[in-house]
Design a protein. Structure first.
Length: 232
């Protein structure tokens, strides 16, 4: 009882606000208000197998299926969500949007034969500095709603590369070349793996991770990203 009273007092003094517009959330709302949730720039790519996410990855490695939840347009209100998720400890945004995506994907059945979900790993130094891996929190939301096991130890990031921001396509590719290593191939053999990341830009990081995983016997790869960057 006292815990409930304390939580109610905290909400009264420090009400939860929408991560997009900043307005106070209603009791039934979580992380993002219903108005902003409705306005999310959804791609609906899961309804089209020849979508922009899949086309951006096609030719880089064999991809079974790929989709993104929203368009990522730098400077928009919704791109601010990704910034909060990556740099401001708003892990709840990743998990919430992961669940939202999972509910939509579950209706479509696009990833029904996936065996496990692997978030793109951060290098241990970067994860220690940040305190968490944003892709892992997106993957948690997906795992909860799609009922697919989350595998966070299957692949490791063995090199601490520089940020991909402001790099050209070829610079991005060189920056992430051979930075991943499979940790335990025996647990991944003959599995269909869903790789999860926050934003797909050129696809260089995902390509590097997927190429590493595809070296394991019988592995198939699909991809989900929270956002698809609008390229100039």
């Amino acid at each position: 009882m006292w815990r409930t009273i304390w939580n109610d007092l905290l909400l009264l003094l420090f009400p939860e606000t929408c991560a997009v517009c900043g307005n106070k959330l209603m009791e039934s709302e979580k992380v993002i208000c219903l108005h902003c949730l409705y306005k999310l720039p959804r791609t609906d790519f899961h309804k089209d197998r020849d979508n922009q996410t899949e086309l951006r990855l096609r030719g880089k490695f064999p991809v079974e299926a790929a989709t993104s939840l929203i368009y990522f347009n730098k400077g928009s209100d919704f791109s601010h969500l990704i910034h909060l998720l990556k740099y401001k400890n708003r892990k709840d945004i990743g998990e919430f949007l992961g669940r939202q995506a999972g509910m939509e994907l579950k209706q479509n059945g696009i990833f029904t034969d996936v065996d496990c979900i692997i978030p793109i790993p951060l290098h241990k130094k970067k994860e220690q500095k940040r305190g968490y891996n944003q892709a892992e929190w997106i993957a948690k939301g997906l795992s909860e709603t799609l009922n697919i096991p989350l595998e966070t130890q299957g692949v490791k990031r063995i090199k601490s590369n520089k940020t991909q921001t402001r790099k050209s396509a070829i610079e991005r590719w060189l920056n992430v070349k051979e930075i991943f290593k499979v940790a335990n191939a025996s647990t991944l053999r003959h599995k269909h793996i869903l790789i999860v990341d926050d934003v797909l830009t050129t696809g260089a990081t995902i390509e590097s991770c997927a190429t590493t995983l595809l070296e394991v016997e019988g592995v198939k790869v699909s991809v989900f990203t929270l956002g698809l960057a609008i390229l100039a």
